[in-house]
Design a protein around this ligand. Structure first.
Ligand code: ZN
Length: 340
Protein backbone atom coordinates (compact mmCIF):
# COMPACT_ATOMS: atom_id res chain seq x y z
CA UNK A 1 0.00 0.00 0.00
CA UNK A 2 1.54 3.36 -0.97
CA UNK A 3 1.91 5.97 1.72
CA UNK A 4 0.80 9.52 1.20
CA UNK A 5 4.03 10.77 2.80
CA UNK A 6 7.49 9.24 2.67
CA UNK A 7 10.34 10.47 4.86
CA UNK A 8 13.91 9.97 3.78
CA UNK A 9 17.35 11.21 4.76
CA UNK A 10 18.32 11.15 1.09
CA UNK A 11 16.54 11.89 -2.14
CA UNK A 12 14.58 8.91 -3.44
CA UNK A 13 16.28 6.96 -6.23
CA UNK A 14 14.83 6.72 -9.72
CA UNK A 15 13.59 3.21 -8.93
CA UNK A 16 11.97 4.27 -5.68
CA UNK A 17 10.24 7.20 -7.39
CA UNK A 18 8.90 4.94 -10.15
CA UNK A 19 7.69 2.30 -7.68
CA UNK A 20 5.91 4.81 -5.50
CA UNK A 21 4.26 6.59 -8.45
CA UNK A 22 3.07 3.29 -9.94
CA UNK A 23 1.64 2.20 -6.57
CA UNK A 24 -0.16 5.51 -6.13
CA UNK A 25 -1.70 5.28 -9.60
CA UNK A 26 -3.71 2.28 -8.44
CA UNK A 27 -5.62 4.62 -6.09
CA UNK A 28 -6.68 7.04 -8.82
CA UNK A 29 -10.41 7.63 -9.34
CA UNK A 30 -10.61 8.14 -13.10
CA UNK A 31 -14.24 7.55 -13.94
CA UNK A 32 -14.43 10.31 -16.57
CA UNK A 33 -11.07 10.15 -18.31
CA UNK A 34 -9.97 6.55 -17.69
CA UNK A 35 -6.57 8.18 -17.27
CA UNK A 36 -4.79 7.29 -14.03
CA UNK A 37 -2.41 9.99 -12.80
CA UNK A 38 -0.12 10.11 -9.80
CA UNK A 39 2.31 12.72 -8.63
CA UNK A 40 4.98 13.09 -5.99
CA UNK A 41 6.07 16.42 -4.57
CA UNK A 42 9.46 16.63 -2.87
CA UNK A 43 10.01 18.91 0.13
CA UNK A 44 13.10 19.58 2.21
CA UNK A 45 11.97 19.88 5.83
CA UNK A 46 14.86 20.60 8.16
CA UNK A 47 17.45 18.06 6.99
CA UNK A 48 15.02 15.42 5.78
CA UNK A 49 13.26 14.92 2.49
CA UNK A 50 9.51 14.48 2.58
CA UNK A 51 7.63 13.16 -0.47
CA UNK A 52 3.89 13.75 -0.60
CA UNK A 53 1.70 12.03 -3.15
CA UNK A 54 -1.56 12.70 -4.92
CA UNK A 55 -3.83 11.03 -7.46
CA UNK A 56 -6.57 12.36 -9.70
CA UNK A 57 -10.01 12.15 -8.10
CA UNK A 58 -12.66 12.62 -10.76
CA UNK A 59 -16.30 13.43 -10.36
CA UNK A 60 -18.41 12.30 -13.27
CA UNK A 61 -21.41 14.32 -12.06
CA UNK A 62 -19.49 17.58 -12.35
CA UNK A 63 -16.00 17.61 -13.76
CA UNK A 64 -15.39 21.12 -12.44
CA UNK A 65 -15.24 19.52 -8.99
CA UNK A 66 -12.61 16.94 -9.87
CA UNK A 67 -9.17 17.07 -8.28
CA UNK A 68 -6.06 16.83 -10.44
CA UNK A 69 -3.30 14.73 -8.90
CA UNK A 70 -1.01 17.74 -8.46
CA UNK A 71 -3.81 19.80 -6.89
CA UNK A 72 -4.57 16.91 -4.56
CA UNK A 73 -0.90 16.49 -3.58
CA UNK A 74 -0.25 20.16 -2.85
CA UNK A 75 -3.43 20.40 -0.75
CA UNK A 76 -2.26 17.36 1.25
CA UNK A 77 1.19 18.93 1.61
CA UNK A 78 -0.25 22.19 2.87
CA UNK A 79 -2.35 20.30 5.43
CA UNK A 80 0.64 18.27 6.62
CA UNK A 81 3.44 20.82 6.39
CA UNK A 82 1.72 24.20 6.74
CA UNK A 83 4.02 27.02 5.67
CA UNK A 84 6.85 24.52 5.00
CA UNK A 85 4.91 23.24 1.97
CA UNK A 86 7.37 24.68 -0.54
CA UNK A 87 8.34 21.94 -2.98
CA UNK A 88 11.70 21.45 -4.64
CA UNK A 89 10.75 18.85 -7.26
CA UNK A 90 7.53 17.52 -8.75
CA UNK A 91 7.21 14.16 -10.52
CA UNK A 92 4.03 13.47 -12.55
CA UNK A 93 3.19 10.05 -14.04
CA UNK A 94 0.09 9.17 -16.01
CA UNK A 95 -1.52 7.06 -18.69
CA UNK A 96 -4.67 5.16 -19.55
CA UNK A 97 -5.77 3.11 -16.55
CA UNK A 98 -5.03 -0.24 -18.19
CA UNK A 99 -1.41 0.62 -18.96
CA UNK A 100 1.14 -0.78 -16.52
CA UNK A 101 4.89 -1.18 -16.90
CA UNK A 102 5.94 -3.32 -19.84
CA UNK A 103 5.97 -3.37 -23.60
CA UNK A 104 2.91 -1.19 -24.26
CA UNK A 105 4.38 1.91 -26.00
CA UNK A 106 2.11 4.10 -23.86
CA UNK A 107 4.21 3.07 -20.86
CA UNK A 108 7.06 5.12 -22.37
CA UNK A 109 5.13 8.37 -22.77
CA UNK A 110 5.85 11.41 -20.62
CA UNK A 111 2.81 13.36 -19.45
CA UNK A 112 3.21 16.93 -18.29
CA UNK A 113 1.46 19.22 -15.81
CA UNK A 114 -1.68 20.84 -17.23
CA UNK A 115 -2.07 24.61 -17.17
CA UNK A 116 -4.44 24.48 -14.21
CA UNK A 117 -1.86 22.63 -12.12
CA UNK A 118 1.04 24.87 -13.17
CA UNK A 119 -0.99 27.79 -11.83
CA UNK A 120 -1.91 25.99 -8.61
CA UNK A 121 1.65 24.81 -7.92
CA UNK A 122 3.34 28.13 -8.63
CA UNK A 123 2.85 29.76 -5.17
CA UNK A 124 4.38 26.66 -3.54
CA UNK A 125 7.41 26.32 -5.82
CA UNK A 126 10.88 26.75 -4.30
CA UNK A 127 13.22 29.07 -6.13
CA UNK A 128 15.17 26.24 -7.69
CA UNK A 129 12.23 23.94 -8.31
CA UNK A 130 12.17 21.36 -11.06
CA UNK A 131 9.44 19.35 -12.78
CA UNK A 132 10.58 15.90 -13.93
CA UNK A 133 8.08 13.78 -15.86
CA UNK A 134 8.21 10.03 -15.19
CA UNK A 135 6.99 7.39 -17.63
CA UNK A 136 5.10 4.33 -16.40
CA UNK A 137 8.23 2.32 -17.20
CA UNK A 138 10.24 4.63 -14.94
CA UNK A 139 12.22 6.89 -17.32
CA UNK A 140 12.66 10.41 -15.95
CA UNK A 141 12.79 13.57 -18.06
CA UNK A 142 15.14 16.51 -17.68
CA UNK A 143 13.92 19.16 -15.28
CA UNK A 144 12.22 22.44 -16.01
CA UNK A 145 11.00 24.93 -13.45
CA UNK A 146 7.32 25.82 -12.97
CA UNK A 147 8.28 29.39 -13.90
CA UNK A 148 9.64 28.16 -17.23
CA UNK A 149 6.43 26.21 -17.78
CA UNK A 150 4.26 29.21 -16.89
CA UNK A 151 5.96 32.37 -18.12
CA UNK A 152 4.48 35.78 -17.26
CA UNK A 153 2.31 34.11 -14.65
CA UNK A 154 -0.50 35.81 -12.78
CA UNK A 155 0.34 35.00 -9.19
CA UNK A 156 -0.31 35.72 -5.53
CA UNK A 157 2.73 37.97 -5.60
CA UNK A 158 0.92 40.18 -8.09
CA UNK A 159 -1.95 40.44 -5.66
CA UNK A 160 0.32 41.06 -2.68
CA UNK A 161 -1.89 38.95 -0.49
CA UNK A 162 -0.11 39.98 2.70
CA UNK A 163 -1.72 43.37 2.58
CA UNK A 164 -5.23 42.01 2.89
CA UNK A 165 -6.68 41.33 6.30
CA UNK A 166 -7.74 37.77 6.91
CA UNK A 167 -11.28 37.14 8.13
CA UNK A 168 -9.90 34.92 10.85
CA UNK A 169 -6.71 36.00 12.54
CA UNK A 170 -3.93 33.86 11.15
CA UNK A 171 -2.66 33.37 14.68
CA UNK A 172 -5.47 30.84 15.00
CA UNK A 173 -3.56 28.67 12.59
CA UNK A 174 -0.06 28.33 13.86
CA UNK A 175 2.34 25.91 15.38
CA UNK A 176 1.76 27.33 18.87
CA UNK A 177 -1.73 25.84 18.86
CA UNK A 178 -2.43 23.58 21.79
CA UNK A 179 -2.99 20.64 19.45
CA UNK A 180 -1.73 17.42 20.99
CA UNK A 181 0.23 16.49 17.84
CA UNK A 182 1.65 18.18 14.79
CA UNK A 183 -0.39 17.44 11.64
CA UNK A 184 2.60 15.82 9.93
CA UNK A 185 3.18 13.51 12.87
CA UNK A 186 -0.45 12.74 13.58
CA UNK A 187 -1.90 12.22 10.11
CA UNK A 188 0.94 10.02 8.82
CA UNK A 189 1.26 7.65 11.77
CA UNK A 190 0.11 4.08 11.27
CA UNK A 191 -1.99 3.87 14.41
CA UNK A 192 -3.99 6.87 15.48
CA UNK A 193 -5.76 7.16 18.83
CA UNK A 194 -9.42 8.13 18.91
CA UNK A 195 -9.81 11.86 19.29
CA UNK A 196 -12.43 13.72 21.30
CA UNK A 197 -14.00 16.98 20.13
CA UNK A 198 -11.40 19.06 21.97
CA UNK A 199 -8.50 17.25 20.28
CA UNK A 200 -10.17 17.61 16.89
CA UNK A 201 -10.87 21.29 17.50
CA UNK A 202 -7.18 21.85 18.30
CA UNK A 203 -6.01 19.95 15.24
CA UNK A 204 -8.48 21.79 12.98
CA UNK A 205 -6.97 25.06 14.17
CA UNK A 206 -3.43 23.85 13.61
CA UNK A 207 -4.08 23.11 9.93
CA UNK A 208 -3.08 26.03 7.75
CA UNK A 209 -5.42 26.99 4.90
CA UNK A 210 -4.17 28.89 1.88
CA UNK A 211 -6.24 32.07 1.89
CA UNK A 212 -6.00 35.04 -0.39
CA UNK A 213 -8.69 37.52 0.41
CA UNK A 214 -12.07 37.51 2.15
CA UNK A 215 -13.53 39.59 -0.67
CA UNK A 216 -13.05 36.62 -2.95
CA UNK A 217 -14.05 34.09 -0.38
CA UNK A 218 -14.85 30.73 -1.91
CA UNK A 219 -15.90 29.02 1.33
CA UNK A 220 -16.37 29.85 4.99
CA UNK A 221 -15.07 26.37 5.84
CA UNK A 222 -11.32 26.70 6.32
CA UNK A 223 -10.16 23.30 7.51
CA UNK A 224 -11.61 19.81 7.67
CA UNK A 225 -10.90 16.47 9.29
CA UNK A 226 -12.65 13.37 8.01
CA UNK A 227 -12.67 10.01 9.69
CA UNK A 228 -12.38 7.47 6.88
CA UNK A 229 -11.98 3.74 7.47
CA UNK A 230 -11.17 4.53 11.15
CA UNK A 231 -8.36 6.94 10.19
CA UNK A 232 -8.40 10.70 10.48
CA UNK A 233 -7.40 12.66 7.37
CA UNK A 234 -7.00 16.44 6.97
CA UNK A 235 -7.96 18.98 4.33
CA UNK A 236 -7.54 22.74 4.06
CA UNK A 237 -9.18 25.39 1.91
CA UNK A 238 -6.84 26.22 -0.97
CA UNK A 239 -7.45 29.53 -2.71
CA UNK A 240 -5.54 30.66 -5.75
CA UNK A 241 -4.94 33.99 -7.41
CA UNK A 242 -6.59 32.69 -10.59
CA UNK A 243 -9.68 31.35 -8.78
CA UNK A 244 -8.91 27.67 -8.90
CA UNK A 245 -10.01 26.87 -5.36
CA UNK A 246 -10.12 23.50 -3.64
CA UNK A 247 -12.51 23.15 -0.71
CA UNK A 248 -11.25 21.73 2.57
CA UNK A 249 -13.74 18.86 2.27
CA UNK A 250 -12.65 17.85 -1.25
CA UNK A 251 -9.00 18.17 -0.17
CA UNK A 252 -9.60 15.81 2.76
CA UNK A 253 -11.43 13.32 0.52
CA UNK A 254 -8.54 13.50 -1.95
CA UNK A 255 -6.11 12.85 0.90
CA UNK A 256 -8.15 9.81 1.97
CA UNK A 257 -8.40 8.38 -1.56
CA UNK A 258 -4.67 8.92 -2.21
CA UNK A 259 -3.70 7.12 0.97
CA UNK A 260 -6.36 4.39 1.13
CA UNK A 261 -7.62 3.88 -2.40
CA UNK A 262 -11.26 3.36 -3.23
CA UNK A 263 -11.88 -0.18 -2.03
CA UNK A 264 -14.49 -0.07 0.74
CA UNK A 265 -13.83 3.62 1.33
CA UNK A 266 -16.18 4.69 4.11
CA UNK A 267 -16.48 8.23 5.45
CA UNK A 268 -17.52 7.89 9.09
CA UNK A 269 -17.26 11.39 10.57
CA UNK A 270 -17.05 14.94 9.19
CA UNK A 271 -15.45 17.75 11.21
CA UNK A 272 -15.39 21.28 9.77
CA UNK A 273 -13.77 24.45 11.07
CA UNK A 274 -14.57 27.98 9.97
CA UNK A 275 -16.78 30.99 10.45
CA UNK A 276 -19.98 30.69 12.50
CA UNK A 277 -22.16 30.83 9.37
CA UNK A 278 -20.12 28.24 7.45
CA UNK A 279 -22.14 25.76 5.44
CA UNK A 280 -21.59 22.84 3.12
CA UNK A 281 -22.55 23.25 -0.53
CA UNK A 282 -24.68 20.68 -2.33
CA UNK A 283 -21.69 19.31 -4.21
CA UNK A 284 -19.88 18.74 -0.90
CA UNK A 285 -22.90 16.95 0.56
CA UNK A 286 -23.02 14.82 -2.58
CA UNK A 287 -19.35 13.92 -2.15
CA UNK A 288 -19.91 12.91 1.48
CA UNK A 289 -22.98 10.84 0.61
CA UNK A 290 -21.15 9.09 -2.19
CA UNK A 291 -18.43 7.78 0.12
CA UNK A 292 -20.43 7.29 3.33
CA UNK A 293 -22.11 4.00 4.11
CA UNK A 294 -24.20 5.48 6.92
CA UNK A 295 -25.94 8.70 7.90
CA UNK A 296 -22.67 10.28 9.08
CA UNK A 297 -22.37 12.94 11.78
CA UNK A 298 -21.29 16.38 10.61
CA UNK A 299 -19.75 18.69 13.21
CA UNK A 300 -19.11 22.41 12.72
CA UNK A 301 -16.50 24.14 14.89
CA UNK A 302 -15.59 27.79 15.30
CA UNK A 303 -12.69 29.34 17.18
CA UNK A 304 -14.73 28.78 20.36
CA UNK A 305 -15.10 25.04 19.89
CA UNK A 306 -17.83 22.67 18.70
CA UNK A 307 -20.77 24.81 17.55
CA UNK A 308 -23.30 22.59 15.73
CA UNK A 309 -23.79 18.90 15.02
CA UNK A 310 -26.09 17.13 12.57
CA UNK A 311 -26.51 13.89 10.75
CA UNK A 312 -26.12 14.14 7.00
CA UNK A 313 -29.82 13.64 6.16
CA UNK A 314 -31.02 16.16 8.76
CA UNK A 315 -28.45 18.69 7.59
CA UNK A 316 -29.51 18.27 3.96
CA UNK A 317 -33.20 18.76 4.90
CA UNK A 318 -32.39 21.94 6.84
CA UNK A 319 -30.32 23.31 3.97
CA UNK A 320 -33.09 22.60 1.46
CA UNK A 321 -35.66 24.27 3.74
CA UNK A 322 -33.47 27.36 4.17
CA UNK A 323 -32.95 27.55 0.41
CA UNK A 324 -36.69 27.35 -0.29
CA UNK A 325 -37.46 30.03 2.31
CA UNK A 326 -34.88 32.33 0.77
CA UNK A 327 -35.58 31.77 -2.91
CA UNK A 328 -39.09 30.28 -3.30
CA UNK A 329 -40.91 33.70 -3.20
CA UNK A 330 -38.63 34.97 -5.95
CA UNK A 331 -39.22 31.87 -8.03
CA UNK A 332 -42.98 31.99 -7.57
CA UNK A 333 -42.98 35.57 -8.99
CA UNK A 334 -40.88 34.47 -11.92
CA UNK A 335 -43.14 31.52 -12.56
CA UNK A 336 -46.36 33.56 -12.32
CA UNK A 337 -45.01 36.08 -14.85
CA UNK A 338 -43.98 33.42 -17.25
CA UNK A 339 -46.11 32.77 -20.34
CA UNK A 340 -45.16 29.12 -20.42
ZN1 ZN B 1 -3.69 19.20 -13.87
Amino acid sequence: MPQIAIFSNEQLSKTELGNQLRALRLHSLHESSNFAVSVLLEFKVKDRYVYIGGVNVENDENNRLSLHAEQNAIAAARALLGSDAIFTRVFPMGGPKEVGPGKDPRANVFIDLCGHCRQILLPFAAENNKRHMVTINGAISDGKSIQELLPNAFSDKGLKDEKYPHPLPMTLFNSKSKAPFSPLYFFTRDVQPNLDHNDIHSLLQTLLPKLIDPQWETSKIRTCILKINSRYVPGVLMQDAAFLPTTALHAALGFGITSMGLAKLNVQEVHLYGLPNAKLEDNELGAIRRFAQNDVPIHFYTSHGLARSYNLTVYKQEQDKAWLEKYAPMYSVLLSNSKI
